[in-house]
Ligand binder design. Structure first.
Ligand code: HEM
Length: 526
C-alpha cells in the first residue's frame, strides 16, 4: 500500500517537473527578453553574496558561515543574549581575528587592544568610534559617549573631566559614604514581597549606585525632583535598567535607513517606557538643577564652571543621560557579579571579611583612602571585573582610519569596523590560568599563578577610555567593603540560579535575581 502511494507521488512529481520545464522553455522561446531580465534580477543577490564571501577585502578572514552575508546575523547574535559565549567560541575555533559581520572584524589579542583603543601613532591616528554603534537619535544631541568627531569629543571631555578627577571625587566623599550607609541600613529592613525567602540584592545594588550618581550629578535638586515626580522614587532607576537592552535594539534599528524615523512616528509603548522615558528623566533633572542653582560641587557645577564654549541645555541633558546610565548600571553590575562569585567562594569571602574586620573596628571607620590599601579587597575588585566585566559583553567598535593600518600583524583596510571582544580575552586560557574560576589571589603581588593581567582592561583605555573609572573604583570598594564588613550573607535561590546560564550578555548585561538574607556582624551599630 505504502509502496504504491510513494510510486504515485513520484509519478506526480515527474509530471509536474515536466510541465514546469516545458513552460520555462516555451516562455524562453516566446519572451526571451523578459526571461533574461528575470534571470539577471534574480542573479543580483547571488552575485552580491559571492562578492561578500569570496571577493570582499575581508574575504580571507575566517568566521561563522553566515557572518559575511548580512549584518542581520550579527544583530541576531547580539540580541539573543548569548553573544559573549558565541564570540569566545569563534575565537577559540578561528583564532585571534574573526569576521563577525560583512565589514566587522573581532580581535582577542592584547596587541589589538593597544592599536584599536590607543592614542594612535605619528603615522596612524587614533581610531574613531563607530557611528552606527553609538546612535544620537533618541535625545537629539551628541554626547560624551557617542560623539565621533575628535575635536568635539575633546571639548566635551575637557568640560566633564574635572568633575571626575580624583581630587573632586574625594571632596565629594561625604555623598558616597552617606548613600552607602543608607544602603546598609535599608537592606536590613527590605522584606520579601512574594512570600519567598530573602530579598533580591541585585535590585538594591541598582538603587544604591543610582542614588550615588544622582546626587553627585545634580546635588540637592536630585532628591527634591524625585519627590515631585508622579512615579515611585526608584522608577527612573528601574527605567535605566530596562533601557540597556533597548539601546541594542536601537542600534539594530538604525542600521536600516529610514526605520528609526518611522519608529519615531509610531513609538511602541515599550520604547516610550524605556528609551524615551530615560531621556525625559535626564532632561527633567537637568532643568530642575539649572533652575534651582547651587554652590555644591556636583557634576553640573563643574560643567557650568568649565572655561570652554558653553554647552546647550539639550547637550547637557544628553551627557546626563549617559552619565546616569554608564555610571549606575555598570557599577551595580559589578556588585551583583562579585556577590555571586563570593557567595560561591567561602575561602575568598572569609579572607575578605577577615581583612576588612581586622582593618576597621567600626563601619564609620571605613573611608576611601584607607580602602585603597586593602590588598585583598583590591584583588577581589580586579577579579570581579575580570570574570564578569560590566562593559565587556559586547563590541566597542572603532573604524580603521584612511589608508588602513596593521593590527595584530595583519593589514586591515580603511573603513573596516574593528573591536576587541573583552570577554573573549578574559576567558582565554592563554591569558588567564583557569579563566572560568574566581581567583582573587591571581592579582596579589606574590601570586603563584602567572597570568597576563595587563590584558584585563574593563574600563578600556586611550582617548575614549572610561571617564568615570576613578569614581567606579571608589564606589565598588566602598559599597563592597561596607556590605561585607557589616553582614554575613546567606544566599537562598542557589538551586535556581546558575550565573553563566542565566545572565544575558548584550552590550551591557541582564542579571538574574540573587535572593539573600543578611545576618549582622556583632560590631555593626547603624
Ligand atoms: C565598573 C564600572 C564601570 C565600567 C566597567 C566602565 C567601563 C567603561 C568602558 C569600557 C568605556 C568605554 C566605552 C567605549 O569604548 O565605547 C566607558 C566609557 C565611559 N564611562 Fe565608564 N565604566 C564604569 C563606570 C562608570 C562610571 C561610574 C561613570 C560615571 C559617570 C562612567 C562614565 C563613562 C563615560 C562618561 C564614558 C565615555 C568616555 C568617553 O567616550 O570619553 N563609567 N566606561
Amino acid at each position: 500500500m505504502a509502496t504504491s502511494s510513494s510510486q504515485e507521488r513520484l509519478l506526480l512529481m515527474r509530471k509536474a517537473l515536466k510541465i514546469y520545464f516545458e513552460f520555462v522553455s516555451e516562455t524562453l522561446k516566446q519572451h526571451t527578453l523578459i526571461a533574461l531580465l528575470s534571470i539577471a534580477i534574480l542573479s543580483i543577490p547571488l552575485i552580491i553574496a559571492l562578492h561578500l564571501r569570496f571577493f570582499h577585502p575581508l574575504a580571507k578572514f575566517p568566521g561563522p558561515p553566515l557572518a559575511p552575508y548580512s549584518n542581520g546575523f550579527w544583530y541576531y547574535t547580539l540580541l539573543a543574549g548569548r553573544g559573549p559565549w558565541k564570540n569566545h567560541q569563534w575565537h577559540q575555533k578561528w583564532g585571534s581575528i574573526v569576521r563577525i559581520a560583512p565589514n566587522h572584524l573581532s580581535f582577542n589579542s592584547h596587541a589589538a587592544q593597544k592599536v584599536i583603543y590607543g592614542f594612535g601613532t605619528r603615522t596612524v591616528p587614533s581610531m574613531v568610534k563607530d557611528p552606527i554603534f553609538f546612535t544620537p537619535e533618541v535625545d537629539h544631541s551628541m554626547n560624551i559617549i557617542n560623539e565621533t568627531d575628535r575635536e568635539e569629543h575633546s571639548r566635551m571631555r575637557r568640560m566633564l573631566s574635572f568633575a571626575f578627577s580624583t581630587s573632586n571625587l574625594l571632596e565629594n566623599e561625604e555623598v558616597l559614604v552617606r548613600r552607602t550607609t543608607e544602603f546598609i541600613q535599608r537592606i536590613r529592613s527590605v522584606q520579601s514581597t512574594d512570600g519567598r525567602k530573602g530579598f533580591n540584592i541585585v535590585k538594591e545594588f541598582n538603587y544604591v549606585t543610582f542614588n550615588i550618581m544622582g546626587e553627585m550629578s545634580f546635588g540637592d535638586s536630585f532628591d527634591s525632583r524625585l519627590e515631585e515626580q508622579e512615579e515611585y522614587s526608584y522608577h527612573w532607576a528601574d527605567v535605566i535598567v530596562d533601557t540597556t537592552y533597548m539601546n541594542d535594539v536601537m542600534r539594530a534599528v538604525c542600521v536600516i535607513p529610514g526605520l528609526f524615523t518611522f519608529l519615531e512616528w509610531f513609538k511602541t509603548d515599550h520604547m516610550k517606557k524605556t528609551l524615551y522615558r530615560h531621556a525625559e528623566y535626564a532632561t527633567e533633572h537637568t532643568e530642575a538643577r539649572l533652575q534651582k542653582g547651587s554652590t555644591r560641587k556636583d557634576f553640573m557645577y563643574h560643567i557650568l564652571a568649565s572655561k570652554g564654549p558653553p554647552a546647550t541645555n539639550v547637550e547637557i541633558a544628553s551627557h546626563f543621560n549617559v552619565i546616569m546610565m554608564a555610571g549606575a548600571v555598570t557599577t551595580a553590575t559589578f556588585l551583583a557579579g562579585v556577590t555571586y562569585y563570593l557567595a560561591n567562594s567561602p575561602h575568598a569571602t572569609h579572607r575578605l571579611q577577615t581583612e576588612l574586620r581586622t582593618q576597621f573596628s567600626s563601619l564609620d571607620e571605613i573611608n576611601s583612602k584607607a580602602l585603597m590599601h586593602c590588598t585583598y579587597l583590591n584583588a577581589v575588585v580586579e577579579e570581579g571585573l575580570r570574570i564578569y566585566p560590566p562593559a565587556g559583553a559586547g563590541h566597542l567598535s572603532r573604524i580603521v582610519p584612511k589608508g588602513g593600518c596593521e593590527i595584530d600583524g595583519v593589514w586591515i583596510p580603511e573603513g573596516t569596523r574593528v573591536s576587541v571582544h573583552q570577554w573573549s580575552v578574559l576567558r582565554d586560557p592563554i591569558n588567564f590560568h583557569s579563566p572560568n574560576s574566581f581567583i582573587p589571589e591571581r592579582w596579589l603581588k606574590d601570586a603563584s599563578i602567572k597570568d597576563r593581567l595587563e590584558t584585563s582592561l574593563p574600563f578600556s583605555y586611550g582617548p575614549r577610555g572610561c571617564l568615570g573609572r576613578n569614581l567606579a573604583y571608589l564606589e565598588m570598594r566602598m559599597v563592597l567593603a561596607k556590605l561585607m564588613w557589616a553582614y554575613d550573607i546567606t544566599w537562598f535561590n542557589s538551586a535556581e540560579v546558575v550565573w553563566e546560564r542565566d545572565i544575558k550578555g548584550y552590550t551591557l548585561w541582564e542579571k538574574p535575581e540573587l535572593r539573600v538574607e543578611l545576618s549582622l556582624h556583632p560590631g555593626t551599630t547603624h
